[in-house]
Each structure stands twice: as C-alpha cells, then as structure tokens.
Design a protein around this ligand. Sequence first.
Ligand code: DP6
Length: 409
Amino acid sequence: MSGESSKDEEEDRIYMETVSAPTNIACIKYWGKADVKLNTPINDSVSVTLDQSDLRAVTTAATSKGFVKDRLWLNGVEVLEVGRRFEVCVEQVKALASDRTDDNGVVLVTKEELMTYKVHIASYNTFPTAAGLASSAAGYAALVFALAQLFGAVETFPGQLSSIARQGSGSACRSLYGGFVAWKTTADHSKAVPIADEHHWPDIRALILVVSDAKKDTSSTSGMMTSVDTSPLLAHRAQHIVSPRMDQIEQAWLHKDFDTFAKLTMMDSNQFHATCLDTYPPIFYLNDISRSIIHVIHAYNKWANQIRAAYTFDAGPNAVIYTLHPYDVELGALLHHLYPSSVSNPNYQSQIRNHTLDPTLLEAIQRTPTPKSVQHMYYTKSGPGPQSLDPRQAIIDPQTGLNTYQPPS
Ligand code: DP6
C-alpha cells in the first residue's frame, strides 16, 4: 500500500532548478562551421563574458515522471517545434545524470529512470532576442547549466557541458565560464577553455550601444554557412590569421595590455565584417550609425594619443565598446552626447551627465549629435559564468509544471 502511494507521489513530483547565464562578446570572432551537425567551428575564438546584472538569460528546468513530452517556453510563449539543437542538449545532459537521492543518500530515482523523464523548460532574456547581443549564447548556456543541475550531471571530461552547449549554439560554449574565455577546437573535443576569470582585470568595462533591437535579417547560422561556401577571405582568415591573433590576444589579456587587446579586437571585428561583405551574396550587419561609432572611437583614441576604447560588432548593428576605468566616464559622456539614449545603470548615468567634455575632444570628433539613433546604452563589465538561483525565482509552477513568466508589457 505504502509502495503504491509513493509510486503515485513520484508520478506527481516535479523536480526543478532555476539558473541564470551570461552573454559573451567575442574579440576574435567565430564565423564558419567545420561540421554543421556537430556545430564545430573553422577557427578558434575568444570572448569576454559580461556581468549578469542587466544582460542575462534566466531558465527554469523541470522534470517529472508525469510529463508526457518535452516542452519549451521562450519569453513567455510556448515554442511548438522545439528543434534538433534543443533536443541534442537535453539528451546529452540527461546521459550524464546521476541517481537522485534524499538527504540520507537513499536513492529516490535511479539515473536510468531519470533519463526517461521528459523536461519542461521556461526561459527569458532581460534584453532583446536575436538582435546580435548574444541571446542564443546566454540561452543555451542557461539551458545546459539548468539541466545539469536538475539531473546532477557529472562530466566525463572537463568542459563537457560547454561542448554540449556548443551544439545548441556555438558561441554558447563560451558562456559556461566567466571572465576571458577561448573556444578551442581540438581533434577530440571542441569546447570552451577559461583563460582568466572575471576578477583578473577588474578595470575592464563594456558599453553596449543598442542601435537596433530588431531581429537581424540574416541569422548567424545561415550567414556563416554562405560565407564558408563563397568567401575566399574567410578561408584565408581561418588558415592564416586567427591562430596568431589568438596567441597575441590571450597574452594581452593575461598581461593587461589594453593597447594590444583593443587593436586586435577592432581589427578582428573589421575582418569579420569584411568576410560578410566578401560573402556572395553579401551580408550587411553594420549600418550608418555603426560606421559612425567606428569613426568616433578612432577619433577619440587619436585625440587621447592612446588607445582607450575598442569597438566590436557581432551579427548586427549594435556596438560593444571595451574600455578601461577611469576612461569609462569620459567615453560614456561623449557617446551619450553624440547618441543620446536611456542608460542601464543610474549611478553611471549621473556620472556621465555630470562630466564636462573637453571642448578640444568635441572639436576633434567633428560630429553632430544624432538623437534617436541609439535606443539604449548598457554599462557593464566582465562577469562570472552561470549561477544557480533561489527556487523563488523559478518561472515554472511547481504544482502544474507550466510556465509562469509573462513579459513586461
Ligand atoms: C558573430 O553562435 O550565434 O557572434 O553556432 O550557428 O548558433 P550558431 O552561431 P552563433 O554565432 C555567433 C557569431 C558571432 C561571433 C562570435 O560570437 O564568436
């Protein structure tokens, strides 16, 4: 009798874990797949993981014997066709499951049985989806990390979870770690490798100018496939350019050499967009505002007679600008003057409002302000990898197993 009731209880029991995961912005870009099914890249890449205060994905993963199929809600809306990339991540994390035990170590559900349970996943981003702000990186990193917590996944080699996230979205593998992270393709595994954590270079800052929060015209996945097929520049880049740049930028980061880090970051962004232009038919991710921001950063560095800021652009027009404290206030004041917008951080907003720009700087820049060209400015820094959250932050109802998140209207 008691056996029967505990069986019923197990049928109804819903296990849940909630996590958050960061975005990351590449300084040496991943563009091009060596193996489309495995989602391995044609070249190594490296990125900075951003702080999660403003930009993060929050995901609740739930599982129960009673669930009848895998279900997914993104930003409050159910995705009816979950897709192969999602299923690959779910299956591969489940395969690393361990037995679920109570506090005394008594096995409640064996791992073999757990692997037969279906999952419900609810996730939201705190920033625009698919606008070139690494939403898929944060989303898949959060998915894999949440599933790993839920199923007590045990890696069979270090970095295995990142190699699973890679199969969701390539850049997601780098969001499994904080700080400065490389994605290295070796013969057996293609996974992220942490180079230095988020405490290593505390003065690094990132400003993100959201030029457009519209969904991009050409997704990274389809854009890079056309580039691999048609761009000779991309092939040259993968064979001859990226490897020495990887070594140089890693050393620059480790030695806190902003000048080298910044130059390589800008040059690699420019080369990535050059490969987009070299793609046939060409892909245009930058717009006039992006190009004007590039001009402003070069003019600012020239005025300062030193490299104080570096831009980089992913598959969209939004600018990410790396800089160093204490230049962040002057640079933010300049950008806010030229491209007035809302600012994510109230403290930073008042600092840039109170800063008086040097008239020789404004003269050197030679630009007039363009209101409404930038929608929002995020002020952020390097931050940690995925975090476990308190169960009170769950966005799945523990009784029904259904999504509870509603996007703000
Ligand atoms: C320009 O990781 O989004 O941001 O693997 O097809 O999901 P898929 O592509 P994705 O591409 C990111 C491209 C990039 C550069 C980078 O992040 O390295």
